[in-house]
Design a protein around this ligand. Sequence first.
Ligand SMILES: Cc1ncc(COP(=O)(O)O)c(C=O)c1O
Length: 459
Amino acid sequence: MSFNLNQLLEDRRGENLKLHQEHINPQFAKVLKTIGFDVPYLRGEGAYLYDANDRRVIDFLSGYGVFNIGRNHPKVADALKQLLDSEHPALVQMEAPLLSGVLAEKLKALVPSELNKVFFTNSGTEGVETAIKFARSATGRSKIIHCDHSFHGLSTGSLSLNGGDWFRESFGELLDSQVIPFNDIEALETALKDKTVAGFIVEPIQGKTVKVAEDSFLQQAQKLCEQHGTLLIIDEVQSGYCRSGKMFAMEFANIVPDVLVTAKALSGGYIPVGAVLTKDWIYKKVFSSMDRCVVHSSTFGQNNAAMVAGIATLEVLQEENLAERAQQSGERLMSGLNKLVEKYQFVDEVRGRGLMVGIEFKRPKSLKLKMAWDLVHKVNDGLFGQAIVIPLLSDHGILTQVAGRDEDIIKLIPPLTLTEEDIDYFVECFDQVLASCNKFPGPIWEVATRLTKIALTKR
Ligand SMILES: Cc1ncc(COP(=O)(O)O)c(C=O)c1O
């Protein structure tokens, strides 16, 4: 009997939450239900998701930033179908696969020439683990410096570089690391002084805060790292592949890191993938002899599906001018949202680059709203943002996320293919949701109070 995917999807339709409650992550399933995000989507296309009633939802989340070219891009889908039809051999392992060689060549053409070796991974965190190991091997040192509020993944090495204590809780002792304030060059200089630091890792745009690293900070960090024998590791897992308005956000500062970590959007969202680009001398230190030629490797790292999807995705990014489009769309989005900063007392700032945009909220001035704000914030700093994200989806068909736990920030990372109409619609809807925040008592505060009660009962 042949396998029938459509039949399977049809037969099991609507069982999503039940299956996850039983077999995968009951707490996550509970959260989805609580905030009304337990919508089983049936179709994805470009910047849109469609539910069982064919209701269109605009996706400002992009699967945590993997769909820069939009969901189910036909060119990448076709490339993958061709691969399956070709019967091209995969994972021979004791061979030098052609397709990973081709993708490596294409990636190198996008970055400064000093970054001339490519290591493929299956995820962002695996790329960060690679960077940690390369930095340790190349310098003979162990400590890694990172920034506060940083996020570099959740495996134990990258967790050691997490800028929030909450993620680390209960996971025991981690790697030798030190945190410095984001954009604080003096703190970096002090931390590097004793020359025991293997690497300094930084996101050009922080995923959890959507704060942009100052160009001068990155430029001086490059100099300081060079002076102190520390590797500069730039983590573009989220900001890479045109999201910032450039192919890589580090281009704004015109820097050349020692290690560049990329992942997420490289395969158009189809196949887990990551690519770490680094300098020749670092590669030579790690893979220092024939004996050590696979001292760092991963079984699926160079798998054909990821490589083909990567090659096709790079073509789409360039053919559709998605860097330029992200920059223009980002400007339109931020300019629309900035008008709301003036209009609403609880909107503090709109920031970002390209289509990586953050909206930060602040304690309002009026007595009534201040009281409501304080009530919600006594329980959890992320609940106010969550109370906004909920009606954006339920009332307006817009999928967004709070940037992080305990952050009063909503992050927007839509596909870069978003239209001007989508952007204007978002600003209009966001305006409406904020307008209802001005009313206390009112619907937004009711949602916030409901979330507060649930959070309290869970304690
Ligand atoms: C900047 C950054 N680095 C690393 C990671 C980890 O990537 P992954 O989830 O693919 O392991 C993320 C994920 O969000 C990220 O944003």
